[in-house]
Design a protein around this ligand. Structure first.
Ligand SMILES: Cc1cc2nc3c(=O)[nH]c(=O)nc-3n(C[C@H](O)[C@H](O)[C@H](O)COP(=O)(O)OP(=O)(O)OC[C@H]3O[C@@H](n4cnc5c(N)ncnc54)[C@H](O)[C@@H]3O)c2cc1C
Length: 412
């Protein structure tokens, strides 16, 4: 056997899973074709969004769809050439927004978030990464009373789940974030929201901590995973193979290429997101700001000010459309007069997304020794440590921290 546990994918989910498996007493080989955190985990908005428990598809969101879709640079776009491929995913997404599904989705997400918070706190403490976590809270900003009222259902769900939040306006809002446009009339302040100093630095630090505890990193592309005589064989594209006792597939948006041949038809697709990272000092930014009506966030990082978000349904292969990043920057300048918009660096990343906004965490149909850990959509950084813990429990046979049925890869 070449490996005890082999993890395919060294994004934030892969490295956090490696760390949790090492803590559980297993040894780990991490395999990635690019390096540690070189894909989606590199350039995200850096939030621990433990209070984001609403599925993306809700009645309120579906009602906004026609307006959003009519703006080619708006918060949500479907690339026309990708429409035929994404249609089955969209139908499932629409179905996930029916009230009977939404309630169950919120409960499952909230349960996962409780584990995610507990496990992230433990990982940060154990790996000594406390200095990389900022506990400044977040402001979710509204341009009208109607927009605030429209957020009511989401705020009720937060209250039900015991998530601390309060409405702020006027002087209090100006104190929490000076320099905002007067068009922003109110905000929800979530004081316990946290962000990291930089998502790439954070993920690579977890990777380094895992390697420090004995994990081996191997740069290689996995072509196929197959169970053979009690072992799991990973065929690499260079013609060699790795034999492992257990395998975790944490390949983010690319995981389907490995799971489909194993007989698991999982409707994984990607929601592409864009951003621009401006130089530090581009604005006197006190904490993360969320402009929900426009689908973007502004995050203070040690490495600069990151403006971005949005969703583009365009698969893994179409060329990026950076006009989307520019459009968000322009909107940010409108909301934050004084924002210096020059000298930015643009980026696009591939959120690994399932239509019900829940990840796939569970065993493959092909073998109990192949475990899936992908599909975290907008929340992969947030849920990485929790996912790692759940995967470690599956692999070691420890009692699960929560009911995994809502996350079953076979639920579709
Ligand atoms: C604009 C934007 C903002 C975001 N903001 C946040 C946020 O604030 N908070 C949050 O929690 N989440 C956020 N997200 C989501 C988050 O970034 C993702 O959910 C997360 O990065 C997914 O991590 P991952 O490890 O599953 O995937 P990735 O980081 O994509 O890692 C997968 C890895 O697998 C490797 N791989 C795939 N297939 C193979 C193969 N066959 N062989 C070898 N290697 C392979 C890839 O090279 C890659 O390194 C954001 C995403 C975007 C796009």
């Amino acid at each position: 056997m070449d490996a005890d546990v082999a993890i395919v994918g060294a994004g934030i989910v892969g490295v956090a899973t490696a760390y949790k498996l090492l803590e559980a007493g297993r040894s780990v080989v991490l395999i990635d074709r690019k390096g540690i955190a070189e894909e989606t985990s590199r350039g995200n908005a850096g939030a621990f969004a433990f209070s984001d428990i609403m599925p993306l598809a809700t009645r309120d969101m579906l009602a906004k769809l026609p307006r959003w879709l009519s703006d080619p640079l708006g918060p949500l776009t479907i690339r026309p050439e990708y429409l035929p491929q994404i249609t089955p995913w969209l139908l499932r997404f629409w179905r996930a927004g029916w009230p009977d599904h939404v309630g169950a989705g919120i409960r499952a997400q909230a349960a996962l978030m409780r584990v995610a918070r507990r496990e992230m706190d433990a990982l940060v403490a154990s790996a000594g990464l406390g200095a990389m976590v900022c506990s400044d809270g977040v402001l979710e900003l509204y341009e009208s009373e109607a927009e605030l009222r429209a957020a009511g259902r989401e705020l009720t769900a937060k209250t039900t789940e015991g998530i601390e939040h309060r409405q702020v306006r006027g002087e209090e809002l100006a104190e929490l974030q000076p320099g905002l446009s007067p068009r922003l009339v109110a905000a929800t302040f979530i004081p316990k929201w946290q962000t990291v100093t930089d998502p790439y630095d954070f993920a690579t630090a977890i990777g380094a901590a895992a390697i420090g505890r004995g994990a081996i990193f191997r740069k290689a592309a996995v072509a196929r995973v197959r169970p053979v005589n009690g072992a799991i064989v990973l065929d690499l594209t260079d013609g060699t193979a790795v034999n492992a006792r257990d395998v975790v597939i944490a390949g983010g948006a690319w995981s389907k290429a490995l799971t489909a041949p194993l007989g698991d038809a999982i409707p994984l697709d990607t929601e592409r997101g864009y951003n621009t990272t401006l130089p530090p000092g581009a604005f006197d930014l006190r904490r993360q700001l969320v402009f929900g009506g426009h689908g973007f966030v502004v995050t203070p990082l040690a490495t600069g000010i990151r403006v971005g978000g949005a969703v583009e349904l365009g698969g893994l292969n179409l060329r990026p459309n950076f006009a989307r990043a520019r459009a968000m920057l322009q909107k940010a300048a409108m909301m934050m007069p004084g924002l210096k918009t020059i000298g930015g660096k643009q980026w696009m990343g591939f959120r690994p997304s399932l239509p019900d906004s829940l990840p796939a965490i569970g065993r493959s149909r092909a073998s109990p020794h192949i475990v899936y850990a992908f599909g975290h959509g907008h929340l992969g950084l947030t849920q990485s440590a929790g996912t790692g813990r759940l995967v470690a429990e599956l692999i070691t046979g420890a009692p699960p921290s929560l009911d995994l049925a809502p996350f079953s890869p076979q639920r579709f």
